[in-house]
Design a protein around this ligand. Structure first.
Ligand SMILES: Cc1cc2nc3c(=O)[nH]c(=O)nc-3n(C[C@H](O)[C@H](O)[C@H](O)COP(=O)(O)OP(=O)(O)OC[C@H]3O[C@@H](n4cnc5c(N)ncnc54)[C@H](O)[C@@H]3O)c2cc1C
Length: 485
């Protein structure tokens, strides 16, 4: 097909979460004429995310194939969004109550190390998770006992230095050995929101329509494109586009319904809790993950450090992160799974003080089973929460990107944010087939937004977004901003 003049092709993106913002950044930097519609006042305001999930090490239940894909996708994500990454490692712990043992995790870690080496052999720039020989490291009980005696290090550089605060605080009778440290990093959603806004605002070919709600989409048979109606500042508008990207997150099904697109999907409401640990402001912790069976009182606990003594907590039990009736599927009459009104009220309005206190305290209690001194932590702010989409009918699915159920229509359904580059590659292929882009664009990764953002302005914007959303400024910052090999 002959190439169509790039600036003449009009792409609409509904939703400015990680999926829609990344698509706008990518195609905008390629010079395509992109319009992004986002109903909130700032980008990336949907469900939270703080784990990269390189290798899927937090999910024992998923297949090796999904872990290998998550590793590859995470490498792409680290290269595309270096300013979003918190380069602190993760410690994986199996409680004594767990039915499995740490040795059972080792074959997968060995497999992932080999995969990681293969990615580096293909392109040395893929070495974004440290040296492959340091991808994971195991710690015996004796080594942990030895590290208990060492002084804390303010800016840890080695695995041992990172492990010291864990050794000092963990209840050694409640956990199995060895403990495993893995180069699994954190992500900062406020920094992605800020960086994406700054880059998109500067791109002439991108129109950012914030505070804009899309309420109707009609096929335009004359142009073979889409007429999109939206409300902004109480005024209704309709514009025509050649291609539609539906990145509306857990509301993706609403747009599908307007188009009559076939679908099968689920939506899950979950929450993570923000705590503050007084006296711990200067201690640099790694992430610590305590494995456990999802949905039971011993569900996985995740202890995620932020600067200034803040810790984000997950507990995969029904009293903490998960909710009774929090997972719903779509029906035969609608693509949109229907969440209970209580969840919608939380998303659209707010949480009660009482529920914030109750669930955050339950999360602190859950984690202090293994880190007893953490019992003194207090509620740090309102929770980080939201509903996420899961395509199909398998709630354990972790790798999903995009489908094309109608002509000139992409439906983005990422489960993990690290999937966005595979999602973009699939859409790029469509754009090549339609003659919007040249074939050599496929797989392009080098963009200036990854290197040219001004750090001071980015930090200020990220902090301002966090504060406007009623979160502590510290949540917009990283513990470690550069990888130490
Ligand atoms: C508690 C919790 C913890 C999580 N932790 C992680 C993690 O650590 N790592 C990870 O990778 N993933 C994590 N996830 C999953 C992750 O949050 C989601 O996969 C991701 O945010 C989805 O991004 P998205 O862009 O597809 O959707 P969203 O972020 O939901 O974006 C969709 C956007 O579309 C907008 N929108 C919807 N309808 C319209 C409309 N009609 N008009 C205009 N705008 C519209 C919405 O306002 C929203 O901003 C977590 C999820 C939860 C709930």
């Amino acid at each position: 097909m002959s190439m169509i003049e790039k600036s003449k092709v009009k792409i609409a993106i509904i939703g400015g979460g990680a999926a829609g913002s990344s698509a706008a950044l990518y195609f905008g930097q390629l010079g395509l004429n992109v319009t992004l519609f986002e109903k909130s006042a700032s980008l990336v305001s949907g469900p939270p995310w703080c784990h990269l999930h390189a290798g899927g090490n937090l999910y024992r239940e998923i297949s090796d194939a999904q872990c290998i894909t998550l590793l590859k996708q995470s490498i792409d994500f680290l290269r595309f969004y270096p300013f979003v990454v918190d380069y602190r490692p993760t410690v994986i712990v199996l409680p004594t109550t767990d039915s499995s043992n740490p040795e059972a995790l080792l074959p997968r870690l060995k497999l992932l190390t080999e995969e990681y080496k293969a990615h580096i052999a293909k392109d040395p720039k893929n070495e974004v998770l440290g040296k492959p020989e340091n991808y994971y490291r195991i710690y015996t009980k004796e080594e942990i006992q030895g590290l208990r005696e060492k002084a804390l290090v303010q800016r840890p550089k080695t695995s041992d230095e990172w492990m010291i605060p864990v050794a000092k605080n963990i209840d050694m009778d409640k956990v199995q050995f060895p403990l495993i440290m893995v180069q699994e990093y954190g992500l900062n959603l406020f920094r992605l929101a800020a960086g994406a806004e700054m880059t998109l605002e500067a791109l002439e070919c991108v129109s950012l329509n914030m505070n804009s709600i899309v309420y109707n989409v009609q096929q335009n048979f004359e142009t073979e494109g889409w007429d999109i109606s939206y409300v902004k500042d109480d005024i209704s508008h309709t514009d025509s586009f050649d291609y539609l990207i539906n990145a509306a997150g857990f509301r993706t099904g609403k747009i599908d319904d307007l188009l009559g697109a076939p679908c099968k999907s689920m939506v899950e409401f979950k929450a993570a809790y923000v705590s503050h640990w007084d006296g711990c402001e200067g201690t640099q912790f790694p992430e610590v993950v305590f494995h456990g069976e999802r949905g039971t009182p011993r569900g996985m606990g995740q202890f995620t450090p932020y600067p200034g003594g803040y810790f984000q907590l997950h507990g995969m039990t029904k009293d903490i992160t998960l909710y009774e009736d929090g997972l719903v599927a779509n029906s035969l009459v609608s693509c949109q799974p229907r969440l209970g009104q209580d969840f919608i009220d939380k998303i659209e309005k707010s949480w009660t003080q009482e529920e914030t206190q109750k669930r955050t305290k339950a999360a602190i209690e859950h984690l202090s089973q293994y880190i007893p001194s953490f019992k003194s932590a207090t509620v740090g702010s309102k929770p980080l929460f939201g509903a996420q989409q899961i395509p199909g009918d398998d709630p354990t699915l972790r790798v999903a990107e995009v489908s094309f159920p109608r002509e000139r229509y992409a439906r983005c359904e990422i489960v993990k944010v690290s999937s966005v580059l595979d999602m973009i590659d699939a859409m790029t292929q469509q754009f090549i087939d339609l003659g919007y882009l040249e074939a050599n664009i496929l797989g392009k990764r080098d963009f200036t937004h990854a290197t040219d953002l001004d750090e001071t302005a980015l930090k200020q914007r990220a902090e301002s977004i966090a504060v406007k959303r009623d979160y502590p400024r510290a949540l917009a910052n990283r513990n470690i901003s550069k990888q130490v090999s």
